[in-house]
Design a protein around this ligand. Structure first.
Ligand code: ZN
Length: 391
């Protein structure tokens, strides 16, 4: 391993040691040194530093049949925390997780209708401060990641465009961090969901992936070697029908048949209720043939659109996450069966279609993974170094 600055090498090695301890059930200083190819003295210095910072603790001696008994190291998972904010078009979730990704606090509220940036920021700041005020030690929060359904410039945390709300060039990260006691980053929501699958869903990084976020709107990302290479994919606007005005101005987009907003709009036309959620629509579908027909049509349209995408991209995996991916099993099976029956074998044999592991939690857990990566573990950076320098 070659680094131009010894200080950088020390920082990188400290991250590698922390990541190894965090992902091991049982490990000792000698195990860490052997696994990472480091010498014992510098490994011990790094572990001492992590223990002094409260991130790692030393457990009792391990039972072995022969030789010296090593002391086990363990992650102090509540030593630090991060906050994730998943801004959905209908609901916004704010979750605080510890170093193991376990949720510690959770707040969810309806997203205001077409909120201004000022209104959205004020609501997030108020809710985050409520969470902080209930903590014994709020200084353990290392940072906040925000996911939003728009085109984002992650380097500056600027929302370049969110057409549905009329947002253009909104410096969201700067606006939030001015009023919060920790740094804030902002990224596109589908990118965050993919990151969540990598962290919590054991997604194989060497495979290509087409990830569909099926929710109030329909987004998608194309992922290769664990990296999102395209997140401004207009998958929700593939034409699949002859009628139906889409929010984008076109006719017959996938969103007009299968998105949360379109399902609710159509369902309200034959319902006595003044408002509905897709979850309620799913419950009604057990007894209401209109609701059942809407959901079946949505699943078939989604399957057809996925076949089009798979024919061009030929991904190893197609994963469906987001709020609507949690719809009853009979509908998800209909989607899978339609895909299997209508896709030519040379597509369906290559591109396997599945529900994302995190399902409905993909947004909040994905954003938590992005926060843990940025403020604690830097696994994306270590992955890049591994690829380029072979460490
Ligand atoms: Zn459209």
């Amino acid at each position: 391993m070659q680094f131009s600055q010894p200080a950088s090498a020390r920082v990188i090695n400290k991250l590698r040691v922390l990541n190894l301890i965090a992902s091991s059930e049982e490990t000792s200083r000698a195990d860490v040194a052997r696994e990472l190819g480091l010498n014992k003295v510098s490994t011990s210095e790094i572990v001492d530093q992590l223990v002094a910072e409260g991130l790692v603790s030393e457990l009792g001696k391990r039972q072995t049949s022969v030789g010296r008994r090593p002391t086990d190291l363990a992650l102090q998972k509540d030593a630090k925390a991060v906050i994730s904010v998943d801004i959905g078009m209908r609901n916004t979730s704010i979750t605080m997780v510890n170093l193991a990704g376990d949720p510690l606090r959770f707040e969810r509220f309806p997203t205001p209708k077409r909120p201004s940036p000022e209104e959205m920021c004020a609501t997030i700041i108020r809710t985050a401060n409520k969470i902080l005020s209930r903590m014994k030690d709020p200084s353990i929060v290392s940072g906040m990641a925000v996911a939003i359904n728009g085109m984002v410039e992650p380097a500056t945390g600027t929302v370049l465009s969110l057409a549905d709300w009329g947002w253009d060039n909104v410096p969201l990260a700067v606006a939030l961090s001015r009023h919060l006691p920790f740094p804030v980053i902002v990224d596109n929501n589908v990118k965050c969901m993919v990151q969540g699958e990598k962290w919590f869903g054991n997604l194989p990084v060497d495979k290509s992936l087409f990830y569909v976020n099926w929710g109030e709107h329909i987004g998608a990302a194309w992922v290769m070697e664990g990296k999102v290479v395209s997140n401004d994919c207009q998958f929700g606007h593939l034409p699949v029908a002859k009628t139906g005005l889409c929010h984008c101005g076109a006719i017959g987009c996938l969103e007009t048949v299968a998105s949360g907003w379109a399902l609710v709009e159509e369902a309200l036309m034959f319902s006595k209720e003044s408002d509905l959620t897709v979850k309620q629509l799913c419950t009604h579908s057990e007894t209401d043939p209109n609701a059942d027909a809407l959901l079946k049509r949505a699943c078939e349209a989604m399957a057809n659109a996925i076949i089009s995408a798979a024919a061009i991209l030929r991904p190893d995996h197609i994963l469906i996450g987001g709020g609507i991916s949690g719809l009853p099993e009979r509908y998800f099976n209909l989607l899978k069966d339609t895909y299997a029956q209508r896709a030519p074998a040379r597509i369906s044999m290559v591109s396997k279609l599945d529900k994302a592991t995190l399902g409905e939690r993909a947004g909040s857990m994905g954003t938590a993974a992005v926060a843990l990566d940025e403020f604690i573990y830097k696994r994306s950076l270590l992955d890049q170094l591994r690829r380029h320098q072979g460490i």
